[in-house]
Design a protein around this ligand. Sequence first.
Ligand code: GDP
Length: 295
Amino acid sequence: MFDNLSDKLDKALHVLKGHGQITEINVAETLKEVRRALLDADVNFKTAKEFTNRVKEKALGQNVLTTLQPGQLMVKIVKDELTSLMGGDAAGIDLSGNPSVILMSGLQGSGKTTFSGKLAGFLKNKKTKKPLLVACDVYRPAAIDQLHVVGEQLEVDVYSDRENNNPVAIAKAAIAHAKTNGHNVVIVDTAGRLAVDEQMMTEIANIHKAIKPNETLFVVDSMTGQDAVNTAKAFNDVLNFDGVILTKLDGDTRGGAALSIKSVVNKPIKFIGTGEKMDAMDVFYPSRMADRILG
Ligand code: GDP
């Protein structure tokens, strides 16, 4: 369905993209289509309406119809507005704590463990950061193993306690461990499930309350369409998270999820995952995503 957003925006803008003559009616119709495409992708009504109003105002202000290439200018205006809808500039993360605690949340399979590793590697490369990865999934021994593999690969320390089945206690002990061992960033990887359920939400809420993270990040698979938006909302209701990590953007999605999630939970997307390898990540740049969405 998110490809639909791109397709629909494409279609709506196609008329204008060329060099051809455009008319006021043309512009109005296109904006209607753009709005419909946004609504279909779960961008909420108010946001979609404001979006098209702003595009219209700009188009009028810049006398789109009298310029040499009105189509291109319209596309540029839409792109600029998409960029600002997704947050304008790239958003950073709070690393002010000592240690700074980063809590990772999200469904099983979203790419949480992989991204925890990527983030640890990213921070380690900053030289001033000495990250500690923490395995808080007490249900799946394989998840603990996976984090250790990642840690070894990156030469980043991993804290786990296979004898302990209380994730809150593990997270707290890990922070104490970080303090005594000079780690200034603690990345807490948590247990996810295949779908949102109460037990998972209670557990992550308890961890969140106990460790008071500097940053709570929500990891979501960009390929999961509508579910991505619903999951984001469910986690945000419980955690009031600080930012979103959009993974698997190397797949064939064009990234409409970025727009919808931002519009529904109004939290910045901070990083993206672009592959299975540890360096396949990047800071999220709204303007690049706007390009991608527009194709
Ligand atoms: P978790 O259950 O949320 O911890 O998810 P994992 O980190 O184990 O990731 C689930 C699967 O998705 C693994 O096979 C990862 O290699 C893969 N994965 C994670 N992030 C990305 C990404 O950005 N791109 C691609 N193609 N695969 C990813």
